[in-house]
Design a protein around this ligand. Structure first.
Ligand code: NDP
Length: 333
């Protein structure tokens, strides 16, 4: 019986602790496609799962990892065959289904998308769920009709996974990008990714004013809460905001004024439950005309042994850029 290594989180009387364990294929949940995972990546939601957030993961022990890239070992569904290289992101992976922090996963056929032909597993996970989400945010802004001629676009949480890919992608598409970050030491990296201006989080200090000076034509917001409410007040007429995150909070203490006075569009972004075909569309763009080489190159690669501190950095808002988990035998990608 094949055994493999997993990073499993245990609930020790309310304290959540991860450890490396040997598991067998029989321990995996039922599913149509068995995948040998070469790489996963670290996302904010993994940090929530690993720290016992019951909104993400209900029962423990559990293997987090909301995304994975690897090779199909066997499939009960004719869409996939042994040897196919696939990406799995979202749906229930790593939430209540054992995820990519194990060397094998077993999932429904409908959760898999084909790995772009010119990519290795490491490349896919250098983007991972965060990169896919950044692509979806930019796609929402473009669908709203936003063009570079309308003015600067703000990216909040810019040094994070979603934010950093969004900065590079928007700059690549010709937008003037203003990166908002709480990490002053990341300014030169954010400028290298393509930001023309880097501002601190105090650029979105909440005020009682119903509306503020309209600085930005659009925004990618990864943090939610008060900062998102303030962003909305600073958007120019007919501008748009793509909102995907909650790092600063889940409440949105806003009014209707940005919508009814300036015609601002607030577009929600979900990368988890959207149809497979929509994910494929964005992955294919990221592998071709939307490719972000600087984000790929700056992604940090870690092993299972290094997961614990890397995950806790997310909860402290200290994680920078993308972090790829390489499984044994796949360190070089
Ligand atoms: P990261 O932790 O990598 O990035 C979040 C960034 O937000 C931090 O690096 C930090 O950037 C900033 N930040 C953190 N805490 C605060 C705070 N209290 N106030 C203001 N800014 C803060 O996470 P990801 O990039 O992986 O994810 C970003 C968000 O998007 C998360 O909320 C995540 O849950 C969500 N998400 C949603 C998805 C969807 O499908 N809707 C998919 C993927 C992610 P800085 O220091 O530069 O300010």
């Amino acid at each position: 019986m094949t055994t493999f290594r997993s990073w499993r989180v245990h609930d020790q009387d309310g304290t959540f602790k991860g450890q490396i364990e040997d598991q067998s294929i029989a321990d995996l949940p039922p599913g149509e496609v068995l995948i040998h995972v070469s790489h996963s990546s670290l996302n904010f939601k993994d940090a929530l799962s690993a720290s016992g957030n019951k909104g993400v993961t209900r029962s423990f022990p559990h293997t987090p990892g909301i995304d994975a890239a690897g090779e199909v070992v066997s499939s009960d569904d004719s869409t996939w065959k042994a040897g196919d290289r696939v990406i799995v992101t979202g749906y229930d992976l790593g939430m209540n289904t054992a995820g990519g922090f194990g060397e094998y996963i077993r999932v429904p056929a409908g959760w898999c998308v084909r790995l772009p032909a010119n990519w290795e597993g490491h490349t896919a996970m250098a983007y991972g769920t965060a990169g896919l989400t950044a692509g979806l945010c930019v796609d929402k802004l473009l669908r709203s009709g936003l063009t570079p001629q309308q003015g600067p676009v703000l990216v909040t949480g810019a040094s994070g996974g979603v934010g950093s890919v969004a900065v590079e992608l928007l700059a690549k598409l010709g937008f003037e990008v203003v990166a908002m970050s709480g990490k002053a030491d990341q300014e030169s990296w954010l400028r290298d990714l393509g930001a023309t201006q880097v501002v601190g989080r105090d650029a979105l200090t909440p005020s009682r004013k119903p509306m503020e000076k309209p600085h930005y034509a659009g925004a990618v917001d990864t943090v939610g809460g008060e900062p998102l409410a303030t962003v909305l007040k600073q958007i120019r007429p007919e501008g748009a905001v793509a909102a995907c995150g909650l790092a600063a909070g889940t409440d949105l203490p806003s009014s209707v004024f940005p919508f009814i006075i300036r015609g601002v569009t607030l577009a929600g972004v979900d990368s988890v439950e959207i149809p497979q075909i929509r994910k494929t569309e964005i992955w294919d763009k990221l592998a071709t005309e939307w490719r972000c080489p600087k984000s790929e190159q700056s992604a940090k690669t870690i092993t299972m042994e290094e997961l614990e501190p890397a995950l806790s950095a997310f909860l402290k808002g200290q994680s920078v850029g993308r972090v790829v988990l390489a499984h044994q035998g796949a360190i070089q990608g």
